[in-house]
Design a protein around this ligand. Structure first.
Ligand code: TYD
Length: 206
């Protein structure tokens, strides 16, 4: 078993599509590396060769909610085994674009999936593993939709309507309220510089 003191930290970035987390993920990784921390950037769904293939299916193929939920967790299992767990055990910090809070928000809040099933799959696939810190980029669904409109073609999730994204947002905020020690809720309507400053200050604390 790895000594807790040598184990890396696990940071995740969350939020509805269009909230603008990507820019800040890159900055976070750079900031950690500048401090001499060996940081690995990864994403979900995906992050390992097998999980990236599942991602392609998840973002393009029509499927039932149950299939979607099982594929998301199958991808996560492979990603954990092949990438996240070995990195943390080796003392590296892992910065992940989305993780299980996305499942609670999209498959749970957005699609109305059963909380009991998500909790059960989470326990099975992750054991007790949870991120050490999760940054939730919060933005009203309408503003996020405007930001997305300027971006590239939409995937299967991004084509959902405003009501779907309002439910996703509400589920995220509920998760954050239930675990205030892990979550930092970022007002994504703030200017980029203000968000960067806030994240930088929090990283110093970690
Ligand atoms: P995202 O990571 O935002 O990629 P991009 O920036 O390339 O659009 O998109 C992945 C999509 O997958 C996003 O719409 C949310 C969805 N998703 C789920 O529905 N459940 C999950 O558990 C995860 C990790 C993602």
């Amino acid at each position: 078993m790895t000594d807790r003191r040598t184990r890396g930290r696990f940071l995740t970035f969350e939020g509805i599509d269009g909230a603008g987390k990507s820019t800040h993920i890159a900055a976070c990784v750079e900031s950690l590396r500048a401090r001499g921390i060996d940081a690995l950037r990864t994403r979900e769904p995906g992050g390992s060769p097998l999980a990236e293939r599942l991602r392609e299916l998840l973002l393009t193929e029509p499927m039932s909610l149950d299939t979607e939920l099982l594929l998301v967790f199958a991808a996560r299992r492979d990603h954990l085994e092949k990438v996240i767990e070995p990195a943390l055990a080796a003392g590296r910090w892992v910065v992940c674009d989305r993780f299980t809070d996305s499942t609670w928000a999209y498959q749970g809040g957005g699609r109305g999936g059963s909380a009991q099933r998500i909790a059960w799959l989470e326990r099975w696939v992750q054991g007790g593993l949870q991120p050490d810190r999760s940054y939730l980029f919060d933005l009203p669904a309408e503003q996020a939709a405007q930001r997305r409109a300027a971006a590239r073609s939409a995937d299967r999730f991004e084509r959902e309507d405003l009501a779907f994204f309002e439910r996703v947002r509400a589920a995220y905020l509920e998760r954050a309220a239930a675990d205030p020690r892990r979550f930092v809720v970022v007002d994504a309507a703030m200017p980029i510089d203000a968000v960067s400053k806030l994240l930088e200050e929090d990283l110093i604390k970690l």
